[in-house]
Design a protein around this ligand. Structure first.
Ligand code: SAM
Length: 405
């Protein structure tokens, strides 16, 4: 038995049998996260937050959203100049998880620009019903803006003017895994192995599909990205975000005019598709611990892969988005005033020392260069006239400005 073989749960044995014994890693990741009966998000098994399975920036407290809201308020102000006075403005969040970011953003916007609220609506795009239920509960007390859960198909029929945010959502999209074996590139698969007592999950190699081959060729021609890199050793493995192209198509169809902010783990192509990154970026998370054992307990772990900066940008531009710029989270938050927020904690009365210390710790974690501070903030804008011709909005992004200027 392969050293990476692990026991296979009964539900997956059935699925693998029905599929002829093996499936792509992409299918495995899709079922593990989003299968309505067994997926980690779809069943609500995963919890986000300090006491959950993993923490994200919004789950550390309100300060993250309060800083980001300054950027949103600025974008909404700029958008107001370009659209009809009566037009509803939307704040749209993809993959809202526990709903913390949306909740805190609306609360912060209410403080920063109360006059915006009567024109504002909140739209949530969430793939998993158990998460929708938690979001409905979390956002239930927000009464000053209408809240809607929408699918991208519904939004294509009524595109929005507003600001879209994808915070740690694109890293949850299932990926294909690529493996180099005897100088040939394969698509990684997951298969069933059995002995007299038990069935096990193991990796296998499947041929590349025509679509994957053409996507890799596109990356080589348009961006000069070589996958695998020339000096990769046998067994080198990486990921390809095969769902992003369609996701950008759907995001374009859902947007009439406005910016989209992606905040996520991301790497430059030269670091992503590097011979020394021989196991790719995929990781599993549960109960605040990280693991590289991707086949263990499917449906119980979060599985997540970094994004590649250049391919993300290329795919966005191919769907009509204009790239506005990108920085690490640490720099973005400093540009939006994180240092001032830290300083202001000193003014809290000593009776609030506990709160001050907790907020200080959270603020420092948000900019920690070996932690959340390494996340990337990427801004795009979209505005096409009825003939499909791009009309640049040239939105200003405060978070891209030099924090010390
Ligand atoms: C890693 S969590 C991030 C949650 C939240 N944005 C945060 O940062 O705390 C990923 C979220 O995206 C949702 N999700 C996964 N695939 C999705 C898709 N294709 N469309 C919308 N939401 C999706 C998951 O159910 C979950 O709510």
């Amino acid at each position: 038995m392969d050293h990476s073989s692990v026991p296979c749960p009964a539900w997956l044995i059935k699925r693998l049998d029905q599929a002829g014994g093996s499936i792509s890693f992409h299918q495995y990741m899709e079922w593990s996260l989003n299968d309505p009966e067994h997926g980690a998000y779809a069943t609500g098994q995963l919890k986000i937050g300090r006491h959950g399975d993993f923490t994200t920036s919004p789950s550390l407290g309100k300060d993250f959203a309060q800083l980001l809201a300054l950027q949103l308020a600025d974008w909404f102000e700029q958008l107001k100049q370009s659209v009809d006075k009566e037009r509803t403005l939307s704040l749209l969040e993809f993959g809202p998880g526990e709903g913390d970011l949306s909740f805190d953003l609306i609360s912060a916007l209410e403080d920063i620009c109360p006059a915006l609220l009567p024109r504002l609506e909140l739209i949530l795009v969430e793939a998993n019903q158990a998460m929708v239920k938690r979001q409905q509960k979390r956002l239930g007390s927000l009464t000053k803006v209408p809240i809607h859960w929408r699918t991208l198909e519904e939004l294509a029929k009524a595109p929005v003017v507003g600001v879209m945010i994808a915070h740690e959502m694109l890293d949850a999209l299932p990926v294909e895994r690529l493996v180099l074996r005897e100088q040939r590139l394969f698509r990684q698969g997951v298969c069933l192995e059995s002995d007299d007592f038990e069935s096990y999950l193991s990796f296998t190699e499947l041929p590349l599909t025509a679509e994957l081959t053409s996507s890799l060729a596109d990356a080589q021609v348009c961006l000069g990205i070589q996958i695998p890199p020339a000096d990769a050793a046998d067994g080198w493995c990486s990921e390809w975000h095969c769902e992003l192209k369609h996701w950008w198509q759907q995001a374009s169809a859902a947007m009439s005019c406005g910016p989209l902010l992606v905040i996520d783990y991301a790497l430059e192509a030269r670091r992503y598709y590097n011979a020394s990154r021989s196991a790719g970026t995929l990781m599993a998370y549960r109960q605040q611990s990280a693991s590289g054992a991707l086949l263990e307990d499917p449906g119980q772990w979060d599985l997540t892969a970094h994004l590649c900066l250049e391919t993300l940008q290329l795919q966005a531009e191919q769907q009509g988005w204009t790239f506005l710029g990108e920085v690490r989270q640490g720099q973005a938050l400093l540009a939006l005033g994180l240092a001032e927020k830290l300083h202001a904690l000193q003014a809290l009365p000593s009776s609030q020392l506990d709160i001050a210390l907790q907020r200080r710790e959270a603020l420092l974690r948000l900019v920690d260069p070996v932690g959340l501070g390494e996340f990337r903030w990427l801004a795009f804008e979209f505005n096409q006239n009825s003939k499909g011709i791009a009309e640049p909005l040239r939105l200003r992004c405060r978070f891209l400005e030099d924090p010390i200027s």
